[in-house]
Design a protein around this ligand. Structure first.
Ligand code: PLP
Length: 381
C-alpha cells in the first residue's frame, strides 16, 4: 500500500530532537504559551518574512481572530473563494459577517482577481484569498483592488508555509497571514496549532489579547476574548520541525517535478504553478473527468489518494443559507468534480511515485479510450 501521507516516517527522522523538546516541556511545565511558544512565534514570523507572530490553538482560530482584529463583524461582508476547506468560511461565519464568494481561476484553483470588483458592496470589509494546495493566490492584483477600495486582506496560508509570490513569503503578502499546524500540514504539530503573522503592531496586539481572554495583563479584560492559546508542547515540537521545513519543502518540490516528468505524454493534466511563485505542494492534484473510477482503480491497486475537496463550499448544506446555487461558480464546481490528490509527503520514495504513475498510465487509457478514426467516419456517414 502506498499511503497518501506518512507522519511516522517524518517523526522517525527527527525522533531524538523531538523527544528532547517534549521532555523539556515536561521539565519546565510551561504547558500553555510560555518561552518555547514565544520563541517559535518569533522564528516562524521571521521565516514567513513578517514581524509579529501570534500562536493560537488552530488555523481556524487564526482566521477568526485575524478577521476580528480587522474589525469584521455582523453586517459586514468578506470575499473569499468557494473552492477551499470549509474552515475558511466557518471563520467568517463566527464573526457574524456574511461570506461572498468569487470563482476560482480554473488553472491554479486560487481566487480569480477578475471576479472581485463585481462582488464588492458598501458592506465589504475584507478579502480572504486562499493559497490552495500550497500555491499563493495571485496577490498583486488582489492587493491593488483592496487598496483601491480600502479593504483589509487576510491570507489563508494554512496550506502554504514557506510558499512565495514574487520572491516574498506567504504570511507577508497581505495585512495578515493565517497558518495551520494541523498534523498533516506542511509544518505540522503533534496535536493542533495555528498562527497569525502580521507587520501591523495594532493587529498583533489585538490578536494577542483575543487569544487569551482579551486581557491586557492578567485579569484586565479589555476585550471579550477567547481561550485560543497555543500549547507549550506544540511550540516546542514546531520549533524543532521549523528547522527542517526548507529541506522538506524541497523534497516536496522534487517529488512534484518527478510526478510531472512521469506524467508527460500521458494525457493527464499535472498541476500548474505560476512562474512567479514557489509552490510548496501541500497537495499534488491531477485532474480527470473520470475521477471516481480512477480513484477506485488506484485504491484497488494499493495507491491511496484524496479529494480536496469533493464539494465547493457554496453547495454544502451547512452554508445553504448563503443563498447560492449550482452553476453560480462553474470553475469551482468543475474542479471539485475532477481533482484527485496523489500521495505527497517529503519522505515519499521515488519508487513509490514511479509505481503510482505506472499504475495511472496503465488504467487511464482504458477509461479514456481515444476515439477510433474509422468509427468517426462511419458516424458522419
Ligand atoms: C487546514 C485549513 C484550515 C484550518 O486549519 P485548522 O488548523 O484545521 O483549524 C483553514 N483553511 C485551509 C485552507 C486549510 O487547509
Amino acid at each position: 500500500m502506498i499511503p497518501f501521507v506518512d507522519l511516522r516516517a517524518q517523526y522517525l527522522s527527527i525522533k531524538s530532537e523531538v523527544d528532547a523538546a517534549i521532555q523539556g516541556i515536561l521539565d519546565s511545565c510551561q504547558f500553555t504559551l510560555g518561552s518555547e511558544v514565544a520563541a517559535f512565534e518569533e522564528e516562524f514570523a521571521a521565516y514567513s518574512g513578517s514581524i509579529h507572530g501570534i500562536g493560537v490553538n488552530n488555523g481556524t482560530s487564526a482566521l477568526h481572530l485575524a478577521l476580528l482584529a480587522a474589525g469584521v463583524g455582523p453586517g459586514d461582508e468578506v470575499i473569499t473563494t468557494p473552492f477551499t476547506f470549509v474552515a475558511s468560511v466557518a471563520a467568517i461565519h463566527y464573526t457574524g459577517a456574511k461570506t461572498v464568494f468569487v470563482d476560482i481561476d480554473p488553472v491554479t484553483y486560487t481566487m480569480d482577481p477578475a471576479g472581485i470588483e463585481a462582488a464588492i458592496t458598501p458592506q465589504t470589509k475584507a478579502i480572504l484569498p486562499v493559497h490552495l494546495y500550497g500555491q499563493p493566490a495571485d496577490m498583486a492584483p488582489i492587493m491593488a483592488i483592496a487598496r483601491k477600495h480600502g479593504l483589509v486582506v487576510i491570507e489563508d496560508a494554512c496550506q502554504a508555509h514557506g510558499a512565495e509570490y514574487d520572491g516574498k513569503r506567504a504570511g507577508s503578502l497581505a495585512d495578515m497571514g493565517c497558518f495551520s499546524f494541523y498534523p498533516g500540514k506542511n509544518l505540522g504539530a503533534y496535536g493542533e496549532g495555528g498562527m497569525v503573522t502580521t507587520a501591523n503592531p495594532e493587529f498583533a496586539r489585538t490578536i494577542r489579547m483575543l487569544r487569551d481572554w482579551g486581557a491586557e495583563k492578567k485579569y484586565h479584560h479589555v476585550l471579550k476574548g477567547y481561550n485560543m492559546r497555543l500549547e507549550g508542547l506544540q511550540g516546542a515540537v514546531l520549533r524543532v520541525k521549523l528547522r527542517h521545513l526548507d529541506a522538506w519543502t524541497e523534497a516536496r518540490r522534487t517529488a512534484a517535478d518527478r510526478y510531472g516528468s512521469l506524467l508527460a505524454g500521458s494525457g493527464i493534466a499535472a498541476p500548474h504553478a505560476r512562474p512567479n511563485v514557489r509552490h510548496v505542494y501541500h497537495i499534488y492534484a491531477i485532474r480527470t473527468a473520470n475521477r471516481a473510477q480512477l480513484q477506485e482503480a488506484l485504491n484497488a491497486r494499493g495507491v491511496q489518494t484524496g479529494i480536496h475537496y469533493p464539494f465547493p463550499v457554496h453547495l454544502l448544506p451547512a452554508y445553504a443559507d448563503l443563498g447560492y446555487r449550482e452553476g453560480d461558480f462553474p470553475h469551482a464546481e468543475q474542479a471539485a468534480a475532477e481533482q484527485l490528490s496523489l500521495p505527497m509527503y517529503p519522505e515519499l520514495p521515488a519508487q513509490s511515485q514511479e509505481q503510482v504513475i505506472a499504475t495511472l498510465r496503465e488504467i487511464y487509457p482504458q477509461m479514456n479510450p481515444a476515439p477510433a478514426p474509422a468509427a468517426r467516419v462511419t458516424e458522419k456517414a
